[in-house]
Design a binder for this molecule. Structure first.
Ligand code: DNO
Ligand code: MN
Length: 359
């Protein structure tokens, strides 16, 4: 298993590769090309450049998050074939640069959604939060301003001003699409892409919907064990894998995360682990917390034990962190709390391995 840290690149991340390389126990970065518009081919050279820079800091670059899926693929438009072809070319270039895992999501219009990017917690730290009361009956256009006011100048992926300008049109395109329709479009995508991924040694890792429930009336199809079963059945291949994001799936307390890890891990379908803790106050009201189990609703020890039990061999990363010690920056992606988080995970991992006898 490799411990990894998400990195937004030289230009956009306030955290340097050297800082990441200094985190005890850190093996690699999770990178991406952030300047390539969705749907275009990712060129080989800049991927190789990330690898070179990472290696200078004693870090691997084997994991991408995310090659985003063009909206036309999710919508099932005739133009999807061209974008699927481009996706395959991007995968081949990623493989040539040494990449083994590619995370992606299939959420219509938005990526992850929160109602507050800096909710003050009891100890003066701030964290990302979601409260469905604040969303119910609202249009995303109304939410955007409220969220932006408190976001430190950052926006969530999918909420960029140029995208918000097209929202009405995008929503109209999804009008009448239900979960089964969206699933058909995922299946079409996977049937084309997974054999190619397999050929070049890449595992695709679909990220759960975050939060795992419909937002603004849009269909969502990666919410729970049943959804994962359906996706696994679409193409029978280890390259048709999952990112098990504990904070995303875990915001529905009915999702039994250790069970999900054991089940899909035994089927060799887990390609990537995102581990973070959240505190669920009532259904669909939650905020993110420090990784340690006692601070939230998830039992992180049980999660790490399940990961051990399946002999997981891929990347794991601390997911979002709080903002602590006056750090300013990209909500969820500061240095301090994520570095503390990964060390908690490393500590649990060492202890489990010692006690259970491996290594
Ligand atoms: C949030 C992340 C997501 C994830 C995408 C995967 O911090 O976990 O944005 O990268 O949903 O495509
Ligand atoms: Mn995640």
């Amino acid at each position: 298993m490799r411990f990894t840290f998400r990195w937004y690149g030289e230009k956009d991340d306030q955290i340097s590769l050297q800082q990441i390389g200094q985190i005890p126990g850190m093996d690699g970065i999770v990178g991406a090309l952030f300047d390539i518009p969705v749907g275009e081919v990712w060129p080989l050279e800049p991927l190789r450049e990330i690898k070179r820079q990472a290696e200078k800091n004693n870090l691997y670059f084997k994991d991408i998050e995310s090659i985003n899926v063009h909206e036309d693929i999710k919508l099932g438009l005739p133009s999807r074939d061209k974008y699927i072809e481009n996706y395959i070319l991007s995968l081949r270039n990623a493989a040539k640069a040494g990449v083994e895992v590619v995370c992606y999501n299939f959420m219509p219009v938005f990526d992850w959604t929160r109602t507050d990017l800096a909710k003050p917690l009891y100890d003066g730290s701030t964290a990302l939060a979601y409260d469905y009361h604040l969303i119910a009956g609202k249009k995303p256009q109304d939410m955007a301003k409220e969220i932006l006011d408190n976001s430190n100048g950052f926006v969530l992926p999918g909420w960029e001003p140029e995208r918000l300008a097209q929202l009405t049109e995008l929503f109209n395109q999804y009008d009448g699409m239900d979960e089964d329709d969206l699933r058909d479009n995922l299946k079409y995508f996977l049937q084309a892409v997974v054999p190619e991924a397999e050929n070049c040694g890449i595992k695709m890792a679909i990220h759960p919907d975050d939060p795992p429930i419909s937002v603004f009336g849009l269909p969502r199809i990666v919410k729970n064990e049943k959804d994962l079963d359906k996706i696994a059945a679409m193409v029978d291949s280890e390259s048709n894998g999952f990112t098990i994001c504990t904070g995303s799936l875990g915001s529905n307390l009915k999702n039994d995360i250790p069970h999900i890890i054991r089940k899909f891990g035994r089927q060799k379908r887990i390609a990537f682990m995102h581990v973070r803790n959240i505190q669920v106050h009532e259904p669909w009201v939650f905020n993110e917390v420090a990784h340690k189990s006692k601070h939230g609703s998830l039992d992180i020890f049980e999660i790490m034990k399940a990961i051990y039990d399946i002999d997981f061999d891929g990347p794991i990363r601390p997911d979002h962190g709080r903002m602590i010690w006056d750090e300013k920056g990209r909500p969820g992606y500061g240095l301090f709390d994520r570095a503390l988080g990964v060390n908690y995970l490393c500590g649990l991992w060492d202890a489990i391995n010692r006690i259970c006898g491996r290594k």
